[in-house]
Design a protein around this ligand. Structure first.
Ligand code: NAG
Length: 406
């Protein structure tokens, strides 16, 4: 009896150690908390793989559990007024300062796009709700949090188009007036895949002949910006890091475009480039675009490019609405000033760092904040029990930048 108990305890211990323990670099704070947090994500991911294998539910369908666990019903209080609206048919949450009108002064506004690899997440998650409220209170801003449709049910370009429709709708004179928003003080912002959508929207607007109101700023939090080279130093260094291992990021990329698994496999081996995309590799050439300190001891090798069977060529991977790093400099020049946050222990670090270089070279004002002990998604880990000091610091610095630049 007793030995059985001990055996079970040992087994449980071994399993926990297997799941929880992860070699995390020493300079990441609160390592154990991060390991435990990540073990939850990894177990869920294994469960999702298993479920897909058995044909029960597809991988992303199971991963959506995270979104439900963190789900909230955003409610108004004395300081923040929340309404659910449809902007040109797309669901949004509008957060406004509680005291209506007040001094009659026009407010600034942020259109916020949640992360989750275009496949997961919702504006109705605790951390996004909290962030929106904080922005309303500290910036006296109107925050529009967009509930865009998700892949794999809605592949590219649906998520982008939903977001773009919302931004176009909001930037109309009479709509801005209705929310007491100053047309000269509107920003677009988002984290991770939301940062990708934000960057893409900022690029698309100046191309739009009918567009009169321009964005004042874009704030990109550890954004995803290109799928051509999935073997940058940050992908190599951080392929097994918490929250966003390389396999998951590649899975998000491939599912954004297609449910055909052959793209996932090709992307995992960085052999998904066609002769067409090869011409754009110069825009993601990390050996030319990363500052010396970001290159680390990695040798640049351009991804191989083959003439793929046309049925395997996915044209969308070179579409700038999916891959904002792939535009020529002339399309970067008209862009609003940018805030880019990157984390050392994040596969996406070099995407953000390369975009910072390219924007600066094109003459755009850029604030690049790099967190040397940062991990992907940290800014959303601000709620107990998965709250991290670094997440709070990131949030404070991000909101401070908006305060000074919007
Ligand atoms: C990348 O940049 C290096 C210079 O840093 C250059 O030698 C190489 O040809 C470039 N490769 C591509 C594909 O642009």
């Amino acid at each position: 009896m007793r030995s059985k108990g001990i055996f079970l305890l040992l087994l449980l211990g071994a399993l926990t150690a297997y799941y929880v323990y992860l070699p995390i670099p020493d300079d990441i704070e609160e390592r154990w908390k991060l390991m435990v947090t990540d073990s939850f994500f990894r177990s869920l991911s294994h469960l999702a793989d298993f479920s897909e294998m058995l044909g029960l539910k597809d991988y992303m369908g199971v991963m959506m559990f995270i979104t439900f666990v963190e789900g909230v019903v955003p409610v108004s209080d004395e300081r923040v007024h929340v309404t659910e609206e449809a902007f040109d048919g797309v669901e949004v949450l509008v957060y406004e300062p509680g005291q209506q009108g007040g001094d009659g002064e026009l407010r600034r506004a942020v259109v916020y796009l949640h992360g989750g690899g275009w496949c997961l997440g919702s504006s109705r998650m605790g951390p996004y709700d909290l962030l929106a409220r904080q922005m309303v209170i500290e910036l006296s801003a109107v925050v529009v949090s967009v509930e865009y449709r998700l892949a794999p049910e809605h592949h590219f370009p649906v998520p982008f188009e939903d977001v773009y429709r919302v931004v176009k709708h909001f930037l109309q004179g009479q709509v801005l007036a209705q929310y007491h928003v100053d047309p000269d003080r509107v920003a677009v912002s988002g984290d991770s895949a939301g940062g990708n959508l934000a960057a893409a929207v900022a690029q698309q607007l100046p191309q739009d002949p009918g567009q009169r109101v321009a964005l004042k700023a874009q704030a990109l939090l550890y954004p995803v910006l290109q799928p051509l080279d999935l073997n940058t130093p940050s992908y190599q260094q951080n392929q097994h890091m918490p929250i966003l291992p390389k396999t998951l990021m590649v899975r998000f990329w491939s599912e954004y475009f297609t449910s055909d698994k052959s793209l996932f496999r090709a992307m995992m081996s960085n052999s998904h480039n066609s002769l067409e995309s090869a011409g754009l590799l110069k825009f993601v050439n990390w050996s030319a675009l990363l500052p010396e300190s970001f290159r680390r001891p990695y040798e640049y090798r351009a991804p191989v490019a083959e003439s793929l069977d046309p049925s395997r060529t996915i044209a969308s991977i070179v579409d700038p609405r999916a891959s904002p790093l792939l535009v020529p400099d002339s399309r970067l020049r008209p862009l609003p000033k940018a805030y880019i946050l990157t984390c050392e222990y994040d596969v996406l670090r070099d995407d953000g760092a390369m975009y910072a270089t390219r924007l600066r070279r094109a003459g755009v004002e850029v604030t690049h904040e790099h967190y040397s002990g940062g991990f992907h998604g940290a800014l959303m880990f601000t709620l107990w029990p998965t709250d991290f000091e670094i997440g709070h610091r990131m949030k404070d610095n991000y909101i401070r930048w908006l305060k000074q630049n919007l």
